[in-house]
Design a protein. Structure first.
Length: 343
């Protein structure tokens, strides 16, 4: 039977854990800030280590990565944002016409299938800002509430980048400081598992960026060749939302089909073939090569993480949830699964 001291220690640990969880929940914006900084640091660290081996200071590597990344985003925004904005306005203006065209096609199909007991009438939901606006507004409000510490000013954004850079530059000292809280007998294993977790998270972020860029380019060029209207808007949407698995390709496909239905049957068939080919290329080539099989996650686990992340912190929560899941998966694999297989 455990003594009174053991029970008191267990109760103290339980209270400390409960207090930590409550603090995390009540400080959601800080938690999201920290997770994003950690993801950025995990993505940059291997580059900094490789440069360090060539006698290039980590601070220089971080500065170059930030300069290239921010400069590239500014250049991309200057080139693409006006085109995307124009095509987006065009899509919104033509949305009612697209819906009517789709409804007429569905109605024609109903007349043919009605002979065999099909439904008497098929209604499509209205498509426009009035219908989509509330959904987007709710998602944006939830995202804003969780991430307002980052996106409401330059100071907060710089702070996140500074924290990520500091983690990269001084990660060894930070790791030693954190390991001081771990019992000496478990420090070696904790350091090993932590390194794998950091590697998985960083690898996922780097690979997902590369996959998103490839998808945006492939879909934009493919839709442009097919003559589908607003090709850049659809391609950029697919690439930008690809950080949330399943969401980017699905929304882009629906937009492309909606536009193609108003053009020709050839455009519809071309869109289906293009998206099918790109999905096959993504699954068989891009993801295994750029992300790596070792960070692969079960689709059901990814979907569950997306739902939980979106429910807690909106779109940004869904983005953060998947790399965090990759890290947790590494912990489970290294701590429980592999030892059980060896045993």
């Amino acid at each position: 039977m455990p003594d009174r001291g053991s029970l008191d220690a267990l109760l103290l640990k339980a209270l400390a854990l409960g207090g930590a969880l409550w603090l995390l929940y009540s400080s959601l914006s800080i938690v999201v800030d920290a997770l994003i900084a950690l993801m950025i640091a995990a993505a940059i660290l291997p580059l900094a280590e490789a440069a360090r081996a060539r006698r290039i200071p980590r601070t220089v590597t971080v500065g170059v990565v930030y300069a290239v990344g921010i400069g590239g985003l500014v250049l991309l925004a200057a080139l693409i944002v006006p085109v995307v904005a124009e095509q987006g306005q065009q899509l919104v203006q033509k949305a009612p016409a697209y819906r009517e065209r789709a409804l007429s096609l569905v109605e024609s199909a109903r007349r043919v299938t009605g002979r065999w007991g099909g439904p008497e009438r098929i209604e499509l939901p209205a498509i426009g800002l009035k219908e989509v606006g509330p959904v987007l507004q709710q998602l944006a409000q939830r995202s804003f509430a969780a991430t307002r510490g980052i996106f409401t000013g330059t100071i907060a954004a710089v702070l996140v980048l500074f924290v990520a850079g500091y983690i990269v530059v001084d990660h060894r000292r930070l790791a030693e400081g954190l390991l001081a809280f771990v019992p000496p007998a478990r420090r070696g294993e904790t350091a090993r598992v932590s390194a794998i977790v950091f590697e998985r998270m960083g690898g996922y972020v780097r690979g997902q960026v590369a996959v998103s860029v490839c998808l945006a380019l492939l879909l934009s060029i493919g839709l442009l060749v097919l003559g589908v209207e607003t090709p850049i808007l659809i391609g950029v949407t697919a690439g930008a939302l690809n950080f949330v698995p399943f969401l980017g390709s699905t929304i882009a496909l629906l937009l492309a089909l909606l536009v193609a239905l108003n053009q020709s049957l050839f455009a519809v068939v071309g869109v289906l073939a293009l998206f099918g080919g790109v999905q096959l290329l993504e699954g068989k080539v891009l993801v295994p090569y750029l992300l790596g099989r070792k960070v692969a996650l079960h689709p059901l686990a990814v979907l569950l993480a997306l739902v939980i992340g979106a429910q807690i912190a909106g779109l940004i929560g869904a983005v953060v949830a998947v790399p965090i899941l990759a890290g947790l998966n590494a912990i489970v694999q290294e701590t429980y699964v592999k030892p059980m297989k060896r045993g």
